[in-house]
Every structure is written in structure tokens, then in C-alpha cells.
Design a protein around this ligand. Structure first.
Ligand SMILES: *Cc1c(COP(=O)(O)O)cnc(C)c1O
Length: 819
């Protein structure tokens, strides 16, 4: 193993000829196909298998070294991993993209068509799941020993069709044709228990009865960029422990024989499509417990292969909780130490409380997980006892002389004294973790000041901030090859693993030759996206127009309806004044709504209804177009982002914990129109106020306005433009063949609903800023300089920087290189 041409090489042949032979041999020996009958899908599988061969070599070397050195490992627990497609990224990581392109050309194949054959791995809802995927990439790139743990959902996030302007969901059967990346390891299966009761007849309580479920690990190997390290993402799939009840079947009870199997397999059946809300369903709790219990047993098994007892556990194991979803791990590890390893309570708690670190991802109250005590007791009776005991010690240890002690006790208690009582998972996560962090500077401050203030009083030293990041390998190198080549031409090829090198581009913001090339890149990307959307959806995009994009989950706090209101206002002004001097603009909006979130779905309908009207109105459609791009996901993001001029980051201040879409777009040279929220604030600091458009109420002002009594109805009644626009939306002019009432819910939420996200309060500031955007775009040379400065200033937002901060400040982790 050597590092040649700056890339790590293993024994596997990386020449175009060697790669070609490997692809052909997989086609023949693994798929039993010959080149003359092979479909493009067969070629993709063969190419992926070739790629996997290279990854496997490195994985074996990595694991051998980690074991020999008895390294400390990070175990990242997440219910979501939004991986997208892996082939392109994996080839880039291994440094064999160009050779593979050549090999495929030799076979008469186009690599981009091969990429499109790969089913997307959509085991995530949005930002949180995508962050987990970016982190895995950075962990391997920075050579840290790490495992990701999660669930192998049979169905990922639903596929979104748009029919008559409405979102229609279809199941995502992503494994249907097989997944060449996964390695199934039935030998490392785990058996977990659910339901049952506590047997008090022993010397100590024992959890017995109930159901046993089998967890089977499916491994994904995660290579790093130009790194010899390959880490593992281990996803558990649930199976029945009784493969088949032959006895019941022979008695004629066929349905009885399969019922058990059905229940067991339902656990990893489907990803819950909720983003930022909790559903409180039994199956969700079971999903969380199932993957956590399988993972903890797997970790302990690995640890005990390298150590003779559990004393060193916290110095070798750090478990990261990606939001509260896996927080039950704290109670489960206590149970395993107490009941399965016979450690004392104090020893168990000493070990457990040194193992966990927790990241909070949202301040939205509806996202805080709470389980009813009766439900909890039925599903996990032993864990409820343990939680009560943890709670007792937590509350007993609150200093007697502390101010307002009773109130503090009520706030930090793991149990909410409602009817029925509720178990608060966030409180469990905080009290069982040695570190708690938010995901942007503002968010981490608000955690300390508001949501977790009572805990901050008790444990001020536990609180940290790690601002989120994005992997430049996907969000620049793979998705924007034109810009990547231009950057490499000017500053060399070190930037993908050291993104702050982009800083060296800053002087070029004033270099006419560079500016011309940078602008040409953006123009080519816009042409390409226009062609793609024309082909796929028959959208008509003028590549000369400003491409204004808002792509993210549909949610009131993200305020797609503020965007819509501004579009309506532009439409009105264009109708009133056909000669209105604005630069042509295309609004692209994309995102999925949770299937049960009716208002979000109505916002999609409203965008499509207004868009349809505008796009078919010859009076304005040379200057204004509005398109909703269906089925937003990692792939469509990677196509839209390189072509964007304007990035809409317009959440209500204080509501977006960080955002990562904002980073992807700014890195690719889109100028942000944004509120002082989440990481927008840090992007402002990085790019400078002249290179971003900030508007709207600040978090503090929003807080004051909501306590002093905000009346959106008063605004509606007193503001003629707002009144006009909302009445217009209700008028039936946009609802085509349907009754006008189909759009009422959006309007009513802004008036009678009290406008909980302050859309009307920010409307005029937003409109004013959009005028400024239009003005500035007209000075194209200036705009290009600003776009370049955005790219050049975004280096700090690499997920490598986030992971470096976690590793040094929170995980205490060291890199481990194969020898
Ligand atoms: C980055 C990303 C997100 C997060 O976007 P935000 O604008 O930060 O909400 C969601 N979905 C996908 C597919 C992404 O790539």
C-alpha cells in the first residue's frame, strides 16, 4: 500500500485496463451476463462491484490496524442516513473516477448514464439524515475509527409525485433489484426482547417473557477521500426468531404461523416520514429500541474481544446520539451492565455516564420526544424502572440551596407529571450524556438560554457548540465538476480535503479573466439544469433569468409561503405595469411534506396553482416563472444547487437550528437571501455583509413580539398590499377547476391561525430585499465577484471541520492508519 499521485493505492489494479477487466469479470461471474445482452442496470451493478472490491481491501487493512492498536472508536447512533447514490462518490474517494470513465468508454458506455441507474438510498427525511451521511464521509477522510449504526429500512422516504398540483406519495422500494454495496453478516445477528414483564422472584429483577426479535446486520463500507481508512455503517434489519412455525402450520393455522414473522419484520419496514415532529407511536419506540439494543450488544461484543473486563469501556467507546431518537440507549446500556453483566448500580452509572454525547437538532417543541408511561411500561418494563431510578438520583442530587428548587425539579425531571405521565427522552439524553451540543452558534446559545436552561444551571460545563458542515466531496467535487476543475486550475487540487484553501480564491474575485470563467461555469450549469427539467418535466426555464431556489422540507417555519407571497406580489406588479424593469426570474421550489402535515401539503398545492397561472400567462411569463420540482432528494439537490443564483434561507429567526442547504448553495456561488437564523449568521460573518442579503426580525425581536401579543389579523386589516394578496389567493383565480377553498388553509393560517411563524411581519422587509437582489443582479460584474467571494469564504463549513471539532473537543479520538 503506497500513496502515489497523492492517492492511496492498494494491490487491486487501478489502471483503466484492470478496471475494465474487473467490470467484465463481475458481469460474467457475479451476474451471469454477457456483454452483448447486458442492460445499463447490469453494467451499473458490475461497476459498483468493481468499486466495492477496492473498498473491501482497504476495509480489511483498516480493521486489522484498529484491532491491533485497541483504538478508541466512535459509535454514531442515528435513526436516519440520507446517503443518496454512492457510486460516483466512492469512485472519487478511491481516486479511480477518471480510470473508470475510460474503462467504460472502452466498453461503449457513458458513466453518467451508469450513475443514473443506481437506486437512491433515502433512509432519511432531510437535513439530519444528510448530516449523518456527510459525517461518515468526513470520519473516514480524517481517518478516525468509527462505526455508524442505524436501521435497514425496507422502504426509505416516500417518492413524491405531483398530480394536479398535489403531493402524492409512493413507497420507496429501494432494495427491489438488490444492492451491491451491502454485506449481510448473519453471524453477527442479535436477539432482542420486547414487552414481557419483570420476574421479582430472583435476587434481582429479571426481564422475562414477551417477544424475541432477531436483528441481522447489513454493512455498508464507507471509504474516505484520498484516505486508506474505510469505516462501516451497520444497519439492522429485523427478522423473526422463529423462522417458521411448522407445528402451527400443520395444525392448519397458516395465518397464525406467519403472524409472528409479520410482526417481527414490520419493525424495520419503513422510515417514518416525519421531519421535526414526533408521532408517539408504539412502532417508532420499538424501532428505536431495536436498533439501539442490537448496536450496544454488538459494541460490547467487539469491546470484550479486545479487553478482559468492562473497566476501560468509556476510554475506548464513545456513543454519539444524533438527536434524541436513540436516547433509550442510556437506559439500555444501564440494563445490560446491571442485568447481563451483574455490575452494581453505581459502577454501571459511572461507566454509562462517561460514554454518551448528545446533539440536539431542533428547538421546535413538537419535535421533543415524549412517551406515555403506560405505553413505555408495556413495551420496555425494565427500562421504565431504570429510568425511574436514574430520575430519583438526578433529582436527589439537585443542591438543596438552589434557587426555585421545586420549579427546577419539575423542569428537569425525566417524567412529565401529566395525565398520563410522559417519559421525556431529551431529559434522559441530557442527564445521561457528558456532552450536549447545538448545531450553530445561535442554536447552542438558545439551548442554554431557553429550551435546556434548567439543565444549563445544573451542568454548565456539559454544553458545547459544533456548527454543522457539508462534505465538499459530494457538494462540490461530484455535483459541480465544472466549478471544481476551475478551482483546481487556479489553486491546485488540495482543497477537497482542506476546504479552507478556497480562501486563496479571494483575490480572483477582482480578476476579469477568472470572473469570466466562473460566470461561464454558472451559465453552463444553468443551461444543463434547464435542459434536464425540460426533458423530465417539460419546464421552460430561461437560462438568462435569475435562478432563485428554495429547496428543503416543506414546513411552516421554513416559510415557503413567504416566498409564495412575494411571488404573488411580483406577479401583481408585473400585471399592473407590463414595463416593470425587473430582471427575468425563475423560482424553483422543491421539497417533501410529511404525509400527515395537511398545511404543508396545501402550501405545495398553492405554489403549483400560482405557478401554473403565472407560467401560462403570456403577459408575464417572459419575466417570471415558478416551478415546483418533484421528489426532492440528494440527487435533485446535486443538480439544482450548481445552477442556483439565489439561495432562499428565510426561516423564522430562532427556528432553524443550523441548516445545511444554506452552506451547499453558498459554496456553489449562490447569494443567500436569509434571516438571522441558524448558520446563516455564521455565513454572514464568513462572506461579509456586502455579499449576502439579510432581512427580517431577529430571534430576540420574534420572542418579544410573541410575548407582547402579535396580531396577524391587524396586519391583514391595515396593510392594503397584504390584504390584496391574501384575498387574491382566496379568490378562485388560482384554483382552476377546483373550488377556491382548496387554497383557504394557507390563507387562514396566516390570518385566523395567528401566523405562528411571522410571515406577515417579515413580508415587507423580504420584498424590499428582493428588490435589492434584482437591482444588484443588473450589475453583473459586481454580482459575479460576490458569488466568487461566497465560494471562497465557505471553506470553514466543510463537515471535516465539524468532525475535527467533535473529535478533539467532545470525543477525544485519534486517527488510526493501516500500516
Ligand atoms: C441538505 C439537504 C437538506 C437540508 O436542507 P435545509 O435547507 O438545511 O433544510 C434536506 N434534504 C436534502 C436532500 C439535502 O441534501
Amino acid at each position: 500500500m503506497t500513496s502515489r499521485n497523492g492517492f492511496w493505492r492498494f494491490a487491486t489494479d487501478t489502471s483503466p485496463e484492470g478496471i475494465r477487466e474487473s467490470i467484465l469479470s463481475h458481469l460474467r461471474l457475479s451476474l451471469a451476463r454477457s456483454p452483448d445482452t447486458a442492460t445499463t442496470f447490469d453494467w451499473w451493478i458490475s461497476t459498483a462491484m468493481m468499486c466495492q472490491d477496492h473498498i473491501v481491501d482497504r476495509f480489511l487493512a483498516t480493521y486489522r490496524a484498529q484491532k491491533a492498536e485497541k483504538v478508541k472508536r466512535l459509535y454514531f447512533f442515528s435513526l436516519e442516513y440520507f446517503l443518496g447514490r454512492l457510486l460516483h462518490q466512492n469512485l472519487i474517494s478511491l481516486g479511480i473516477l477518471e480510470q473508470t470513465k475510460k474503462a467504460l468508454i472502452g466498453l461503449g458506455l457513458d458513466i453518467d448514464q451508469i450513475f443514473e441507474e443506481e437506486p437512491q438510498i433515502g433512509l432519511g427525511n432531510g437535513g439530519l439524515g444528510r448530516l449523518a451521511a456527510c459525517f461518515l464521509d468526513s470520519l473516514s477522510t480524517l481517518r478516525y475509527p468509527a462505526f455508524g449504526y442505524g436501521l435497514h429500512y425496507e422502504f426509505g422516504l416516500f417518492h413524491q409525485d405531483i398530480i394536479n398540483g398535489y403531493q402524492v406519495e409512493r413507497p420507496d422500494d429501494w432494495t427491489r433489484f438488490g444492492v451491491p454495496w451491502e454485506i449481510i453478516r448473519p453471524r453477527y445477528s442479535q436477539v432482542i426482547r420486547l414487552y414481557g414483564n419483570i420476574d421479582w422472584n430472583k435476587q434481582k429483577p429479571v426481564w422475562v417473557g414477551g417477544k424475541e426479535i432477531l436483528g441481522v446486520p447489513y454493512d455498508y463500507l464507507i471509504p474516505g477521500y484520498n484516505s486508506p481508512v474505510v469505516n462501516v455503517l451497520r444497519l439492522w434489519r429485523s427478522k423473526s426468531t422463529v423462522e417458521f412455525d411448522l407445528e402451527a402450520f400443520n395444525r392448519g393455522g397458516y395465518f397464525e404461523a406467519v403472524a409472528e414473522k409479520n410482526f417481527s419484520e414490520s419493525i424495520s419496514k419503513v422510515l417514518y416520514p416525519n421531519d421535526k415532529t414526533e408521532i408517539g407511536r408504539e412502532l417508532r419506540l420499538i424501532q428505536q429500541y431495536f436498533f439501539v439494543s442490537c448496536s450496544l450488544h454488538d459494541i460490547i461484543r467487539r469491546f470484550l474481544k479486545e479487553h478482559s473486563n468492562l473497566d476501560d469501556f468509556p476510554s475506548k467507546v464513545v456513543i454519539h446520539l444524533n438527536d434524541t431518537h436513540p436516547a433509550i440507549a442510556i437506559a439500555e446500556l444501564m440494563r445490560i451492565f446491571l442485568d447481563e453483566h451483574n455490575l452494581s448500580w453505581s459502577k454501571s452509572w459511572e461507566l454509562v455516564s462517561q460514554c454518551f454525547a448528545y446533539t440536539n437538532h431542533t428547538l421546535m417543541p413538537e419535535a421533543l420526544e415524549k412517551w406515555s408511561v403506560p405505553l413505555f411500561e408495556r413495551v420496555l418494563p425494565r427500562h421504565l424502572q431504570i429510568i425511574y431510578e436514574i430520575n430519583k438520583q438526578l433529582l436527589d442530587n439537585i443542591p438543596l440551596n438552589i434557587q426555585e428548587r421545586d420549579k427546577l425539579i419539575r423542569q428537569v425531571s425525566l417524567i412529565e407529571e401529566t395525565q398520563p405521565k410522559l417519559v421525556r427522552m431529551a431529559n434522559l439524553a441530557i442527564c445521561g450524556s457528558y456532552s450536549i451540543n447545538g448545531v450553530s452558534a445561535l442554536h447552542s446559545e438558545l439551548l442554554k438560554k431557553e429550551l435546556f436552561h434548567p439543565f444549563y444551571i445544573l451542568y454548565p460545563k456539559k454544553f458545547h457548540n459544533v456548527t454543522n458542515g457539508i462534505t465538499p466531496r459530494l457538494w462540490l467535487l461530484a455535483s459541480n465538476p465544472r466549478l471544481s476543475n476551475l478551482i483546481t486550475e487556479v489553486i491546485g487540487d488540495g482543497w477537497p480535503s482542506d476546504l479552507e484553501q478556497l480562501d486563496a480564491l479571494k483575490p480572483y474575485a477582482q480578476d476579469p479573466a477568472f470572473k469570466e470563467k466562473y460566470n461561464l461555469v454558472k451559465q453552463c450549469n444553468k443551461d444543463e439544469l434547464s435542459n434536464l427539467l425540460k426533458k423530465k418535466y417539460n419546464f421552460v426555464l430561461d437560462p438568462e433569468a435569475i435562478f432563485d431556489v428554495q429547496i428543503k422540507r416543506i414546513h411552516e417555519y421554513k416559510r415557503q409561503h413567504l416566498n409564495l407571497l412575494h411571488i404573488l406580489s411580483l406577479y401583481r406588479r408585473l400585471l399592473d405595469n407590463p414595463n416593470l424593469d425587473i430582471h427575468p426570474r425563475v423560482f424553483l421550489i422543491a421539497g417533501k411534506a410529511a404525509p400527515g402535515y395537511d398545511l404543508a401539503k396545501c402550501i405545495i398545492k398553492a405554489i403549483n396553482a400560482v405557478g401554473y397561472k403565472i407560467n401560462n400567462d403570456p403577459r408575464v411569463n417572459k419575466k417570471l416563472r415558478v416551478y415546483f420540482v418533484p421528489n426532492y432528494g440528494v440527487w435533485s439537490a446535486s443538480k439544482i444547487i450548481p445552477a442556483a443564483d439565489v439561495s432562499e434561507q428565510i426561516s423564522t429567526a430562532g427556528k432553524e437550528a443550523s441548516g445545511t442547504g444554506n452552506m451547499k448553495l453558498a459554496l456553489n456561488g449562490a447569494l443567500t437571501v436569509g434571516t438571522m437564523d441558524g448558520a446563516n449568521i455564521e455565513i454572514l460573518e464568513a462572506v461579509g455583509e456586502r455579499n449576502i442579503f439579510i432581512f427580517g426580525l431577529r430571534a430576540e425581536e420574534i420572542r418579544k413580539l410573541s410575548t407582547s401579543g402579535y396580531s396577524s389579523r391587524k396586519i391583514y386589516e391595515s396593510d392594503p398590499e397584504i390584504k390584496y394578496l391574501l384575498d387574491w389567493l382566496k379568490s378562485g383565480e388560482f384554483s382552476q377547476n377546483e373550488p377556491p377553498s382548496v387554497l383557504y388553509p394557507v390563507v387562514h393560517s396566516l390570518i385566523d391561525g395567528g401566523d405562528p411563524f411571522f410571515v406577515l411581519a417579515d413580508f415587507h422587509a423580504y420584498k424590499q430585499t428582493q428588490l435589492e437582489v434584482d437591482q444588484q443582479y443588473k450589475d453583473r460584474q459586481m454580482w459575479i465577484s460576490k458569488a466568487i467571494l461566497n465560494t471562497a469564504s465557505l471553506g470553514w463549513f466543510s463537515s471535516d471541520r465539524s468532525i475535527q471539532q467533535y473529535a478533539t473537543n467532545i470525543w477525544d479520538l485519534s486517527p488510526c492508519l493501516p500500516k
